[in-house]
Design a protein around this ligand. Structure first.
Ligand SMILES: N=C(N)NCC[C@H]1O[C@@H](n2cnc3c(N)ncnc32)[C@H](O)[C@@H]1O
Length: 423
């Protein structure tokens, strides 16, 4: 009697299309290019399949492949939607309405930080050429024209908001200085290179949306030799934390609602509430179980687009107070170097010890909380893997080891979890 797998092996191979190129590592992984048609012979796991290309066989990452849907009109629309890995229509559509711009403009910490950058560099901005990448309503460009005397600011905005940005520039008498350009910054033609490339590109967990790719492409194409990037650097900070109220609200709730035992729903709750990261989480400083650590530091002058595919970092936390290890919380800080040598940098810190921002922090809940004690160590790695198909998405994988310091228990608890953001 054939096992299910043997059945599968005998099944005729299925044809799949590669949505993105993949370079295999190790002898048993098969490399391929975007558009290649592979024959999938077996699917031993959900993540790795056994496939063939030009008579060569090997393991391929399943998430890179899509079954070639039979051409029919119903799928045509879906196919078109699928063809855009940047989902630009939806993405720039969302920035064509006021909701997100109101949220960003209402974020005083964020907006005042950019204003402070312009104000504290106003003298050095005189006669400079500036690009404001992804200017939205144009607030940063308007700060430049209002607080300094640059020779020109190219306010670049891909969404339909740019029509209103033009009106705001006119309404505030800044047409002499600000030129609004609609389009993707990396595709635009400018009459000249720029001295300063300023952008507010940070997404949740720093990189979500991957607008940073556009900033790097624009840097390589339009920033003059010796020009300045604002932000100049970015850091992702991580900390092991307690999250008692969130855990109580989503998980403990099912223990005794109205005197009844609803615990059979807890696996569902874990799947529904703890599989993805929680954006806009507000962590209390007291929830931190250890000193936060800058796990990833990005230099905006040297960072390359290819570096964004996979960013890996190690961490080692020493538990400073006993408590419950519910998960990890992440946030970011960006720095704006001064245009004057030796001048003070401006910092925008989205962590729990700073004024809250609209990003707040990002909470990664473990499947099971673990009691930890002062002196325990939590070592591990964080890996940010960009989605090879959906280019604005990524996964965050945490591996951790908990080493207890108390002699009587030499327990070393190991864990790993991958969080999709969002695909
Ligand atoms: N997470 C953020 N800071 N998002 C801000 C995104 C703002 O920049 C705009 N934007 C994003 N990418 C681009 C791009 N490549 N070119 C021009 N505008 C862009 C977007 O329409 C919105 O107004």
């Amino acid at each position: 009697m054939q096992t299910e797998k043997e059945d599968e092996d005998d099944a005729s191979p299925e044809e799949y299309v590669a949505l993105s190129s993949f370079t295999g590592s190790g002898s048993d992984q098969l490399s391929f290019h975007s558009g290649d048609r592979l024959l999938v012979h077996a699917k031993p796991s959900s993540e790795w399949w056994w496939a063939e290309l030009h008579e060569v066989i090997g393991y391929v990452p399943a998430r890179y492949l899509r079954q070639d849907a039979a051409e029919d009109e119903d799928d045509e629309e879906e196919e078109e939607e699928e063809e855009d890995p940047w989902q630009d229509e939806e993405y720039f559509g969302s920035y064509g309405t006021l909701r997100l711009h109101l949220e960003m403009l209402s974020d005083k910490s964020r907006t005042e930080a950019y204003r402070q950058v312009i104000l504290s560099n106003s003298a050095s901005l005189r006669n400079k050429v500036v690009m404001d990448l992804g200017c939205g309503t144009g607030i940063i460009s308007l700060f430049c024209a209002q607080l300094a005397q640059p020779s020109v600011v190219y306010a670049v905005e891909a969404s339909s908001m740019s029509e209103y940005t033009r009106q705001l520039v006119k309404q505030n008498g800044c047409e002499e200085v600000i030129t609004v350009l609609q389009g993707r910054a990396e595709e635009l033609e400018l009459p000249e290179r720029v001295d300063i490339l300023v952008s507010e590109w940070m997404g949740n967990c720093l990189l979500f949306e991957f607008m940073v790719e556009s900033v790097l492409l624009a840097r390589d194409r339009w920033l003059r030799e010796g020009g300045v990037m604002w932000p100049s650097s970015a850091a992702l900070t991580l900390v092991p934390c307690q999250a008692h109220s969130y855990y109580a609200e989503k998980m403990a709730f099912w223990e005794r609602p109205y005197g009844l035992d609803f615990t059979p729903l807890q696996p569902l709750a874990q799947q529904e509430f703890f599989t993805k990261p929680k954006f806009s989480h507000l962590i209390e400083p007291d929830d931190c179980l250890a000193a936060p650590c800058n796990v990833i530091c990005l230099d905006m002058y040297t960072l390359q687009v290819k570096d964004l595919e996979e960013i890996k970092a190690q961490f080692h936390f020493c538990v400073e107070k006993s408590g419950v290890f519910h998960g990890f919380t992440a946030w970011f800080t960006v720095h704006f170097e001064s245009l004057e040598t030796g001048g003070a940098a401006v910092e925008l810190n989205t962590g729990p010890n700073s004024e809250p921002t609209h990003w707040k922090q990002t909470l990664f809940m473990l499947d099971r909380p673990v009691s930890v004690y002062t002196g325990d160590s939590i070592r591990g790695t964080i890996v940010l893997r960009r989605n090879p198909v959906w280019r604005r998405h990524m996964t965050v994988t945490m591996h951790w080891n908990i080493n207890s310091s108390t002699e009587d228990t030499d327990n070393c608890q190991v864990g790993t979890k991958t969080f999709p953001m969002w695909r």
